[in-house]
Design a protein around this ligand. Structure first.
Ligand code: MSP
Length: 613
C-alpha cells in the first residue's frame, strides 16, 4: 500500500513560527540550487542556468559550437590513444548537445591526415600506392569511430577535392597578404613528426649497422639533413600577437600548464616556418598553386581541415568560426597553439576559441609503438569491455594533465566496482520486484522528508546525511558542467561516482527491504526512500549520457524517463522536496531488461590468459 495523499510542502511552510523557519530554509536551499545552475521551475516553468564549454552563455538560443579532433595519420592502424582523443571530443560535444539540443547548434568533425612524407614512406614500405594505404587505414578509423559511438557530424580526408580547394584558397590568401617568400631552408627534418628540428633537439643513436644516426631527442625517430629552396611563412611576425592572445584569454589553451608551456616557447625567438617541400622529394600532397615544383607542407595542409569541414572558402564557414574547440594531444600543441593561430591571423581570421589539450596513454610506463610491440588495439578492448565500458574507462581514468598507464586489470577493477556493483546494484536495489512490487516511481512524502532537518513533525525520518545527499545531487549537474568547461571529464565522472556511493549509503542506511508496504507507518517512508534513490539515479543517468550513451539510455528507460526528458534543461532533481510537482511520481517504470552492466569477473578466459603472460 502506498500513501494516497501527500500534503504539499508549500502549505506546510505557511503555518506558525516553525513553518516560517522551514520556509526560509527551503527557500535558501532553492536559491542555492538556482545558483548552482540546476534547472528550477519558476513561475513560468523550468529554467536552466548555465555557461557552457564555450564560456559565457554558449547555451543561448542560436549560439553555435564546433568541436574537432585532430585528423589521424594513416601510416598505421588506430590505437587506444587515438580513440581517447576522439572520445574526449565526443563527450564534450554530447554534453553540449544536452545543454543545447538543437541539431543545428553543434558540429563535430574528425578525419584522417593522408598526405606527407610519413605516409609516402609508409606506403612505399608496405608496397602499396599511397592512395591505397590511405583508403585502407582511413576506413579502419571510420569503422572504429562508428563502433565506439563517436558522434561526429563530418569525417574529412585530406585527399578529398573539397579539402584541396580549401588549402589552396588559404595559401592564396597568405600569399596575397605578403606573408610567403621563397628562401633557402636547411635543417634536420623528422618525417615521423613531419617537422624541422633545431640542432638542440637532435641527438645521435647507434643505428642498425652500428653507426651513430641522428634522431629526434624527444621521439627517437630518425631525422635527415635537408637543404631546399622552399616557400617560407613569416611566422616571426606573429610572436607578439600570439602572446597577447594567450595573455588576454586565459582559457584559450586549457588546462593551464599547457598555456604556460606555449607562453614559455614564445619567450624565445620565433623563426619563420618552411611551408612547402620540393615536389621531387615530396609528391604525395597538395601542389602550391601556380608552382607545381613545390608541395604544400603537410601541417599547413592538415590544419586547414578545420576550415574545410565548415564549408571554407564559402561564406557559410563564418557561422562556425571561431566558435571552435580543438581537442588535441600534447605532442601537437605547438602546431595548434603557435603555427595554426599564426596562420589564421595571417589569413585575417581569429584564432580558435579553445584548444583543449590531453596527455598520453602509456603501456607499462612506455610510449605505445609498433616497434616495441605494445600497441593496445581498441577493437579488442571494445569487444572485451563493451563500448560503454571502455568509453567509461578511458574517460574516467584519463587525466589531461598527466600521462596514464594502461593495463587490463585496471579496466576490470574499475568497471566492476563503479558500473556493475555501485551503479547497477543501486538500480537493481530500487527497482527489484521484491522491493517495488507495483513497478512504479513511488510517491515522495514531504512529512517523512521535510524541507529542513531538525524542524520536523512526528513522521519525519530523514537524517542529516540524507540532507547532505540531496544537496550533493542537487549541485552535481552544475559541478559536472564546470568540469566539462575545464576539460576535466574524469573529475565529472569522479563526482558522479561519489554521489552514486552516497546514494548507496542512503539506501543501506534506511534498508527499504526491512520496511513493509503493508504498514501505514512504513509505507510513506519506504516510498520516499525509493523516490529519492530513483531521483538520484535519474540525475546520474542524465549526466552519464555523454560518456556511456547506451548504458545511460538503458538506465533512463528503466526509470521511465522519456527521450524528451533527458536534457540538462529538464533536469530538476527531486522537485517534491522543493515543493513542486514531480512528473515521474506514480509513473510506471520501464520494462526490466536485465543487468545494467554485467560484472567482468575473473573467470573470463582472456583475462586468465593476460594474468599468466
Ligand atoms: N596528423 C596529426 C594531427 C593533425 S591535426 C591537424 C597527428 N596525428 S596522430 O595520428 O599522430 O595523432 C592524432 C592524435 O592522437 C593526437 O592528438 C595525439 O596526441 C593522439 N595520440 C597519439 N598517441 C597517443 C597516446 N598514446 N595517448 C593519447 N593520445 C595519443 O598528430
Amino acid at each position: 500500500m502506498r500513501p494516497s495523499h501527500v500534503r504539499p510542502a508549500r502549505r506546510l511552510r505557511r503555518r506558525g513560527p516553525a513553518g516560517i523557519m522551514l520556509r526560509v530554509r527551503a527557500l535558501r536551499l532553492l536559491r542555492r540550487r538556482r545558483a548552482s545552475g540546476v534547472s528550477v521551475p519558476g513561475p513560468s516553468g523550468p529554467r536552466h542556468c548555465s555557461s557552457g564549454p564555450l564560456g559565457v552563455r554558449d547555451d543561448a538560443p542560436g549560439a553555435r559550437a564546433f568541436f574537432t579532433t585532430p585528423i589521424f595519420y594513416v601510416n598505421a592502424a588506430p590505437h587506444i590513444g587515438h580513440l581517447y582523443s576522439a572520445l574526449l571530443a565526443d563527450a564534450l560535444c554530447r554534453h553540449r548537445r544536452l545543454r543545447v539540443p538543437s541539431a543545428a547548434a553543434t558540429r563535430f568533425s574528425t578525419g584522417t591526415d593522408e598526405h606527407g612524407l610519413k605516409i609516402q614512406q609508409a606506403a612505399a614500405a608496405a608496397g602499396l600506392a599511397p592512395a591505397e594505404l590511405c583508403d585502407r587505414v582511413s576506413a579502419q578509423f571510420q569503422q572504429l569511430f562508428r563502433d565506439a559511438g563517436v558522434s561526429s557530424t563530418d569525417f574529412v580526408r585530406t585527399t578529398e577535392a573539397r579539402h584541396r580547394v580549401a588549402v589552396q584558397h588559404f595559401w592564396g590568401l597568405l600569399e596575397a597578404r605578403g606573408l610567403l617568400y621563397k628562401g633557402l631552408y636547411e635543417g634536420w627534418y623528422c618525417a615521423s613528426e613531419e617537422c624541422f628540428l633545431p640542432e638542440a633537439k637532435v641527438t645521435r643513436q647507434p643505428g642498425p649497422s652500428g653507426n651513430a644516426c641522428p634522431v629526434s631527442l624527444e621521439s627517437g625517430h630518425p631525422v635527415s639533413w635537408t637543404k631546399e629552396e622552399n616557400y617560407i611563412f613569416r611566422l616571426s611576425q606573429f610572436r607578439e600577437p600570439l602572446r597577447r592572445w594567450l595573455r588576454d584569454d586565459p582559457q584559450a589553451v586549457t588546462p593551464e600548464p599547457f598555456r604556460l608551456a606555449v607562453l614559455q616557447w614564445l619567450e624565445e625567438e620565433l623563426p619563420d616556418l618552411s611551408v612547402s617541400r620540393r615536389s621531387s622529394h615530396l609528391h604525395w600532397g597538395i601542389p602550391v598553386p601556380g608552382d607545381d615544383s613545390q608541395t604544400i607542407y603537410v601541417w599547413l595542409d592538415a590544419l586547414v581541415n578545420y576550415l574545410t569541414v565548415i564549408g571554407y572558402p564559402n561564406a557559410e564557414f563564418r557561422a562556425w568560426w571561431p566558435a571552435t574547440s580543438h581537442i588535441i594531444g600534447k605532442d601537437i600543441l605547438k602546431f595548434h597553439a603557435i603555427y595554426w593561430p599564426a596562420l589564421l591571423l595571417g589569413a585575417g581570421m581569429s584564432p580558435p576559441h579553445r584548444i583543449y589539450v590531453h596527455s598520453h596513454w602509456t603501456v607499462c610506463g612506455q610510449k605505445m609503438s609498433k616497434s616495441l610491440g605494445n600497441v593496445v588495439d581498441p577493437r579488442t578492448c571494445l569487444d572485451r569491455y563493451t563500448v560503454d565500458g571502455f568509453r567509461y574507462f578511458l574517460l574516467r581514468q584519463g587525466v589531461p594533465n598527466w600521462d596514464c598507464d594502461y593495463y587490463d586489470e585496471k579496466v576490470v577493477k574499475l568497471l566492476d566496482s563503479e558500473l556493475a556493483d555501485a551503479l547497477g546494484g543501486l538500480l537493481n536495489r530500487c527497482t527489484a520486484n521484491r522491493i517495488n512490487p507495483s513497478g512504479t516511481y513511488p510517491v515522495f512524502c514531504a512529512n517523512c522528508f521535510p524541507p529542513a532537518p531538525g524542524v520536523a513533525g512526528p513522521s519525519a525520518r530523514a537524517q542529516a546525511e540524507d540532507y547532505a545527499l540531496v544537496n550533493a545531487v542537487a549541485t552535481l549537474p552544475r559541478q559536472v558542467a564546470e568540469h566539462y568547461d575545464n576539460f576535466q571529464i574524469y573529475k565529472a565522472l569522479e563526482a558522479v561516482s561519489s554521489c552514486v556511493r552516497q546514494t548507496n549509503g542512503f539506501v543501506q542506511r534506511h534498508a527499504p527491504w526491512k520496511l513493509s508496504w503493508e504498514s501505514p507507518v512504513d509505507a510513506p517512508w519506504l516510498g520516499t526512500v525509493l523516490h529519492v534513490a530513483l531521483e538520484c539515479l535519474r540525475v546520474f543517468g542524465t549526466l552519464l549520457q555523454p560518456v556511456t550513451p547506451s548504458l545511460a539510455d538503458k538506465l533512463l528507460s528503466r526509470l521511465g524517463v522519456s527521450a524528451t526528458e533527458r536534457g540538462l534543461g529538464e533536469l530538476f532533481f527531486l522537485p517534491r522536496f522543493f515543493g513542486y510537482p514531480c512528473p515521474f511520481e506514480g509513473r510506471r517504470l520501464g520494462p526490466e531488461t536485465g543487468l545494467l552492466f554485467p560484472r567482468l569477473d575473473q573467470s573470463r578466459a582472456w583475462l586468465v590468459k593476460a594474468h599468466r603472460t
